[in-house]
Ligand binder design. Sequence first.
Ligand SMILES: NC(=O)c1ccc[n+]([C@@H]2O[C@H](COP(=O)([O-])OP(=O)(O)OC[C@H]3O[C@@H](n4cnc5c(N)ncnc54)[C@H](O)[C@@H]3O)[C@@H](O)[C@H]2O)c1
Length: 280
Amino acid sequence: MNTSDRRRIGVVGYGELGQYLVKAIQESENLELCFVWNRTSSVLNGKIDETLILKDLSDFPELNPDLIVEVAHPSITHQYGTEFLKHADFMMGSPTALADKELESKLRTAATSRGLYLPSGAFWGGEDVRKMADLGTLKALCVTMKKHPSSLRLNGDLRARNEAVVGDNAVELYNGPVRQLCPLAPNNVNTMALAALAAHNLGFDGVQCKLVADPKLTDWHIVEVEVWGPGDISAGTAFHCHTIRRNPAQIGKVTGSATYSSFFSSMNRACGKGHGVHLC
Ligand SMILES: NC(=O)c1ccc[n+]([C@@H]2O[C@H](COP(=O)([O-])OP(=O)(O)OC[C@H]3O[C@@H](n4cnc5c(N)ncnc54)[C@H](O)[C@@H]3O)[C@@H](O)[C@H]2O)c1
């Protein structure tokens, strides 16, 4: 921590979420903006004080951040995650990056003196899921995300399947383990990645998910979480919890509106837990 009482925050990415966080940090009494980096730095001109614009992200240690917040793309963590953790706490906005086993292992190893923080985002009940995973009572977990096709940023076959969605009918684009979906929808399924990290006894291969493109969802992002605990799942006598989160979202947006304030709360909680990996 720096000598000033205010925590120095570096923000990586100046899209919708980055702009929201920068404004919230500047309005906060407890936080101080120490840098903003964006892939195209000209976007920041006139909006961010020149002294706070970081042109080359590898120069971040010179600005002495307490916490670095990534809200750009999973590729940032691939490139800089371990380096960030040598100098600061790191809150990863795009945890889909951790579907890469090698990267997950590298980051866990790197988080030995600073904390790697994972924001709950749109994942409702994350602490409960983690408690069940800790106790070994979590038996199965399925996350279903439903969005308008224009909110989906997809790669590979899924992109073509999404582009082929016509009319009003919802189409299930993917049904399977979280691990394979993350690289195909890196910007859209952070919630599922977080579920796989919270449900650590099942992980990216054990947590199941469904991604649905629904042309009727012009005002909402929907996340359904189904958890099964002890008992006989096939007989319908196991513990079961099913939540449905309807998050207002403008058509075409990656991030639903309640997720912005959730992110800001997570950022405020991303401190003081020491080294290791923490949900926040
Ligand atoms: N954890 C969660 O629950 C959650 C929720 C919403 C968004 N997110 C993630 O946060 C990130 C930002 O979301 P947003 O709504 O602000 O998106 P956005 O599209 O509005 O902004 C993304 C920003 O990152 C930049 N960017 C895109 N690709 C990049 C790359 N390869 N390298 C560097 N910069 C790149 C863009 O230029 C833009 O400035 C996304 O990765 C998104 O998936 C996570």
